[in-house]
Design a protein around this ligand. Structure first.
Ligand code: PRP
Length: 197
């Protein structure tokens, strides 16, 4: 059986996630007006686990909606060409909007999202991302709230995937040996998922 530690290592533990998300929830509650609910816009699919924990940590009424976008890789690995695959059901005109992301990397996706949502006339627009891979940024983009700044490593778990898998790993893992995982995406042995709590 493969030794997982040859391929992945923990980058953010469950306790660190829990602690920081509690802090972020308090930060967001203070940032939003209390007279009417904000709309959390979760960007599919990576942000779903973060959204679920963040929303439950917030002691404030919140509406939740989802958007899916797709981006096309150019020769440099990112082209900035992004399009909407699933749009919001909610009219965000004059609403306080919170974009919820799992990770900001080059910044292309968030730049597109902010521009697109700003055109709809929200009362306010903020972003919260769990992870900020700032070293990879190509387009500077405002990031009002962030959980952790991480180095330029491939990450999976806590919503983030490797070829569609491992989103349900309950912590954030860094991939040490991307080539080996790419060669056999199911190589990681049991024990990654663990018990709840
Ligand atoms: C990730 C993440 C952001 C985007 C950030 O989504 O959720 O939306 O990449 O990258 P950028 O800053 O370089 O634009 P991904 O394309 O992996 O889709 P997924 O969430 O469905 O896995």
């Amino acid at each position: 059986m493969v030794d997982n530690s040859e391929i992945v290592e923990t980058l953010v533990t469950r306790d660190e996630l829990r602690g920081r998300i509690t802090e972020l929830a308090a930060e967001l509650q203070a940032a939003f007006p209390h007279d009417r609910p904000a709309v959390a816009v979760s960007i599919l699919k990576g942000s779903t686990l973060f959204l679920a924990d963040l929303a439950r940590a917030m002691d404030a009424p919140l509406e939740i909606d989802f958007m899916a976008i797709s981006s096309y890789a150019g020769s440099q690995g990112g082209s900035g060409v992004v399009r909407i695959v699933k749009d919001l059901d909610t009219d965000i005109t004059d609403r306080d909007v919170l974009i919820v992301e799992d990770i900001v990397d080059t910044g292309f996706t968030l730049t597109y999202l902010r521009r697109t949502l700003a055109e709809r006339g929200p009362r306010s627009l903020r972003t919260v991302t769990l992870l900020d891979k700032a070293a990879r940024r190509i387009v500077p983009v405002p990031l009002e709230h962030k959980g952790f700044e991480i180095p330029d490593v491939f990450v999976l778990g806590y919503g983030m995937d490797f070829q569609g898998k491992y989103r349900n790993v309950p912590e954030v893992l860094a991939v040490k040996d991307v080539a080996r995982l790419a060669n056999d995406p199911l190589i990681l042995a049991g024990g990654l998922f663990g018990e709840a709590g």
